[in-house]
Write a protein that binds this ligand. Sequence first.
Ligand SMILES: Cc1cc2nc3c(=O)[nH]c(=O)nc-3n(C[C@H](O)[C@H](O)[C@H](O)COP(=O)(O)O)c2cc1C
Length: 165
Amino acid sequence: MGVAVDIGSFRAAMARFPGAVTIVTACTAEGERRGITATAVCSVSAEPPSLLVCLNRKTGTCAAVRETGRFNVSLLTEGAAAVALQFAGMGGATGAAKFDTGDWQADARGLPLLAGAVVQFSCDVAEVTDAGSHTVFIGHIVNLASAEAPALVYEQARFHRLLPL
Ligand SMILES: Cc1cc2nc3c(=O)[nH]c(=O)nc-3n(C[C@H](O)[C@H](O)[C@H](O)COP(=O)(O)O)c2cc1C
């Protein structure tokens, strides 16, 4: 027996979870870049090193990850809110045009990574699970790089910077 939970209550509750802001990127089979802003990114296991991302199935990024079995994650610095807005579609850009904002480079596989990101992960898809409107991809981390910079945080529909207690 389930308890009815309306979408508004769910969204309001989840908005209180502070999330580290990332850009999940991929390339289509034709090599076109795709990317979305994502906070649904989580550590899964250290052995093997793996993480998960939850991507809306309507997005081109989700389709590209499913199609090619590869994705990257760039964790944004606190100064990169403009990149987060662009990849959330708020600047009006779609598809490969989103990459006009930010300093984008390619990893060894040719997939986009944000230069100067706090952490850059390159992942191979290990497991795929459809869950409602989203697809959960567990990725094995095949390469990573990290920098000494504070991450950008999102909570209650606003960006925040981290402050130690
Ligand atoms: C802070 C923030 C976090 C987001 N997190 C996710 C996420 O984890 N997964 C997801 O599918 N969409 C997430 N979104 C929404 C997508 O970024 C947005 O729907 C996407 O950019 C739309 O891409 P499109 O215009 O290319 O379809 C988030 C948006 C914002 C602003």
